[in-house]
Ligand binder design. Structure first.
Ligand code: SF4
Ligand code: SF4
Length: 102
């Protein structure tokens, strides 16, 4: 797994301010109605690690999120995981747009 340590700085440009507030307790994955592969906790962990390859190998899963807000409401660290998902979407779209020279 390749890592990009400064990835959190890139995410700040897409509205994600709290990447490292998360301590990976898993509450968000337990409350998320998707009940899908540790979602959204695993994506927050990937963002912390700068594991871009893990995020980009299946970007469509970011669009599974319903933006219901339950993860953000219950996060004990106020890490705002719902907003992180939206920020990752913006990052993926921007990356795609740049690759297409749009
Ligand atoms: S985002 Fe919040 S609820 Fe989810 S794993 Fe991190 S600290 Fe726990
Ligand atoms: S906002 Fe998205 S990630 Fe968070 S609980 Fe709802 S569906 Fe799951």
């Amino acid at each position: 797994m390749a890592v990009t340590p400064e990835f959190f700085e890139q995410l700040e440009r897409f509205g994600v301010a709290k990447t490292f507030e998360c301590f990976n307790c898993g509450t968000c994955a337990a409350i998320c109605p998707l009940v899908y592969e540790h979602f959204p906790r695993k994506l927050i962990r990937y963002a912390q690690l700068g594991a871009l390859d893990r995020i980009l190998e299946n970007p469509k899963e970011l669009w599974r999120c319903l933006h219901c807000g339950l993860c953000t409401q219950t996060c004990p660290r106020e890490a705002n995981p719902g907003e992180l998902i939206l920020g990752l979407r913006r990052f993926v779209v921007d990356r795609w747009r740049r690759s297409q020279h749009v």
